[in-house]
Design a protein around this ligand. Structure first.
Ligand SMILES: [Zn+2]
Length: 264
């Protein structure tokens, strides 16, 4: 049996939140999708993707659970979901929030930021997908707002984990991107001019800054400092490879069976 290589957040693990950021290691896909591709919207064999998804859920002690996915349209809409949405793809959303212990949230990315949030006090989790458009539109800030409005989460209670994404080292953007980003007063903290007259954009820093703006203490925001472009052996990167798979970020409050957390 394949063994998927998964990455975890110390913060989320410490408060007993089941989650993972996946790598491309340990799955069934082949060719440019090898091997743990979890994205369905690519040209990979759907049977391999289904096996990979089941494998990751089983590894997390979530076997048989149905993931809720967002359509990921590069916007800032964050939807509240529960078991009624199990197995569904939520139209128009780039963020998902749930307080239902049986609901598994999943985001897929190949360079964009996968971001997970948890409120261990109110028992609420969220998953966010943030490329440059979603970042400029404020999707991470919106996720905190939705958690607060819907479940009375206090931003100071939240734990956040920013997963592997393209780093500022490899993410060159041009003026049309910068025009959208300059609505944020801190844009100069997250973008540096380069010798080619363009900019190196730090998506992690931008999303971290949004969480801080929303009231999340910076010491409660963990960044898994991996650049997807830089590590072809570990991660899918759209900018590097074009036709490629998708890394995933997965989060759930508990196993669908309601049992104890696995011993990871
Ligand atoms: Zn890099």
């Amino acid at each position: 049996m394949s063994v998927p290589r998964l990455l975890f957040s110390h913060h989320l693990r410490a408060c007993g939140i089941r989650h993972a950021f996946t790598t491309r290691i340990g799955g069934y896909s082949r060719g440019p999708y090898a091997s743990l591709n979890l994205g369905r919207g690519v040209e990979d064999d759907p049977r391999a993707v289904a096996r990979n998804r089941a494998l990751v859920l089983t590894t997390l002690g979530l076997e048989g659970a149905h993931e809720v996915e967002a359509a990921q349209v590069h916007g800032a809409v964050v939807a509240v979901v529960g078991r009624a949405e199990a197995g569904r793809l939520i139209d128009g959303a780039d963020g998902l929030v749930t307080a239902d212990p049986g609901t598994v949230l999943a985001m897929h990315a190949a360079d964009c930021v996968p971001l997970l949030l948890a409120d261990p006090r109110r028992r609420v989790v969220a998953a966010v997908h943030a490329g440059w458009r979603g970042t400029a539109a404020g999707v991470s800030l919106e996720a905190v707002t939705v958690m607060a409005d819907r479940y009375q989460c206090r931003p100071e209670d939240l734990r956040a984990a920013i997963g592997p994404c393209i780093g500022p080292c490899h993410y060159e953007v041009d003026e049309p991107v910068m025009v959208r980003l300059r609505r944020w007063p801190w844009w100069e903290e997250v973008a540096a001019p380069n010798p080619r007259g363009r900019w190196q954009l730090d998506l992690r820093a931008a999303n971290r800054r949004q969480l801080v703006d929303a009231g999340v203490p910076v010491q409660q925001i963990e960044t898994l400092d991996w650049c997807t472009f830089e590590h072809p052996e570990l991660f899918y990167s759209f900018r590097r490879d074009g036709a490629t798979g998708r890394n995933a970020a997965i989060v759930a409050l508990e196993s669908s069976a309601g049992g104890p957390p696995p011993s990871w």
